[in-house]
Design a binder for this molecule. Structure first.
Ligand SMILES: *[C@@H]1O[C@H](CO)[C@@H](O)[C@H](O)[C@H]1NC(C)=O
Ligand SMILES: *[C@@H]1O[C@H](CO)[C@@H](O)[C@H](O)[C@H]1NC(C)=O
Ligand SMILES: *[C@@H]1O[C@H](CO)[C@@H](O)[C@H](O)[C@H]1NC(C)=O
Length: 358
């Protein structure tokens, strides 16, 4: 259940990262290439006081427990890695709105004021989540996670909120996995705080959903995920080579999976594309994770295979399984059956593909 990337691959990745100049791929003098707000990742005491005021609350004032499992450290690393990305995103979103960037203007001032107030609180709350995770890493004598340079594939308010809802869905699923891993590692003192964060992210999500004209509560039992899926998904928003210590996070990065057709609320064939650079696998399956149900495996039909690029289609069995809310799609090297999301991740070649219906 606790699979690490093979040592050789890990060393290879680390060597690649350290050999690359720190700003590879990141344009200079670009709007997206700015420092995190409020002194993050290491705010001064006065900056922290300001963040707490904006967050409408404080960092927990008790100490983390004296010991932690090795998987517990990985959980904290992933949480810090994710929260720093969220801080960069919400800071840029608030800035776009307050500066009246085209695509981020509101016709009604009251609407705009509530949106800005909501997003400023969310930003500060994410800052505290990031600071808390990094403080815990320091407490356990591990390196804190350093921020990267980020870019976001959005250009207006609606696409930004849709993206926020998508990554928050993945976070809501992934924090379930970290709670289970804390439990397995006997890190029970950390589980309660993660549950408190899950509630906060769920409140945010209800508001993101209403901003899109959806009902606030998505599912009775939110879709689960795996830490490796989140680790891979966040890297979509990072300039390669811009993360000072991503190589210290011993999680797997899968091949990207693109969902070519947009899914709707009916059973349908979806087209996917991904790469198979090693050309080592003769057969793939499409596996879907939705709600708290056992993963669904479908045959993956190869439509074209050009060089290392594969285009393939699979049924998205919406009608049979009520695939509402987030579905995580993964191209797997096994046809299962899979007991849970962790086993799917263990056999994943490409993913996660993120599908949200209603
Ligand atoms: C902010 O606006 C810029 C310019 O349109 C855009 O490139 C960027 O993706 C936006 N960021 C967010 C988080 O909305
Ligand atoms: C999906 O594609 C398969 C194979 O081409 C076809 O038999 C099936 O009817 C399609 N299903 C739907 C719902 O379109
Ligand atoms: C991978 O295998 C496919 C099908 O066997 C072939 O068409 C393709 O050229 C191969 N690609 C590489 C990079 O070897």
């Amino acid at each position: 259940m606790h699979f690490l990337r093979p040592v050789a691959a890990l060393l290879g990745a680390a060597a690649l990262v350290s050999a690359a100049p720190i700003d590879t791929g990141a344009p200079n003098n670009n709007n997206n290439n700015h420092d995190l707000p409020d002194g993050l990742p290491y705010p001064s005491p006065s900056e922290l006081t300001l963040i707490e005021q904006q967050a409408h609350g404080t960092l927990p004032n008790g100490s983390p427990p004296p010991v932690i499992s090795s998987q517990g450290i990985v959980n904290l690393q992933l949480i810090a890695f994710n929260e720093l990305f969220e801080v960069a995103f919400f800071d840029e979103l608030v800035t776009n709105i307050t500066e009246g960037v085209v695509g981020y203007r509101f016709s009604v001032t009251d609407d705009r004021d509530l949106v800005v107030a909501s997003l400023k609180a969310i930003l500060a709350q994410e800052e505290l989540h990031a600071i808390r995770a990094n403080n815990a890493l320091i407490h356990f004598h591990a390196h804190p996670i350093e921020p990267c340079q980020y870019h976001f594939p959005v250009k207006d308010y609606d696409s930004a909120i849709a993206l926020a809802a998508t990554f928050t869905d993945v976070v809501l699923g992934t924090l379930q996995d970290t709670v289970e891993r804390f439990a397995l590692g006997h890190d029970f003192d950390l589980a309660r705080e993660i549950a408190a964060v899950i509630g906060n992210e769920g409140e945010q999500q209800g508001w993101f959903r209403m901003q899109q004209g959806k009902i606030p509560s998505e599912l009775p039992f939110l879709t689960t995920s795996d830490v490796n899926f989140a680790f891979t998904a966040i890297q979509n928003f990072i300039y390669p080579g811009s993360c000072p210590n991503i190589h210290e996070i011993p999680l797997r990065t899968f091949e990207p999976l693109e969902i070519v057709t947009k899914a709707s609320a009916k059973s349908q064939n979806l087209t996917f594309s991904f790469e198979d650079r090693a050309n080592e696998t003769s057969q793939f399956w499409m596996t879907y994770i939705n709600q708290q149900n056992t993963p669904i495996v479908e045959p993956l039909n190869i439509v074209s295979h050009t060089g290392s690029y594969i285009e393939a289609s699979a049924i998205f069995p919406y009608d049979e399984h009520e695939l509402n809310g987030l579905t995580i799609a993964a191209v797997t090297k096994s046809g299962g059956p899979f007991a849970d999301a962790n086993t799917v991740a263990k056999w994943t070649h490409a993913g996660p593909g993120l599908i949200i219906v209603d």
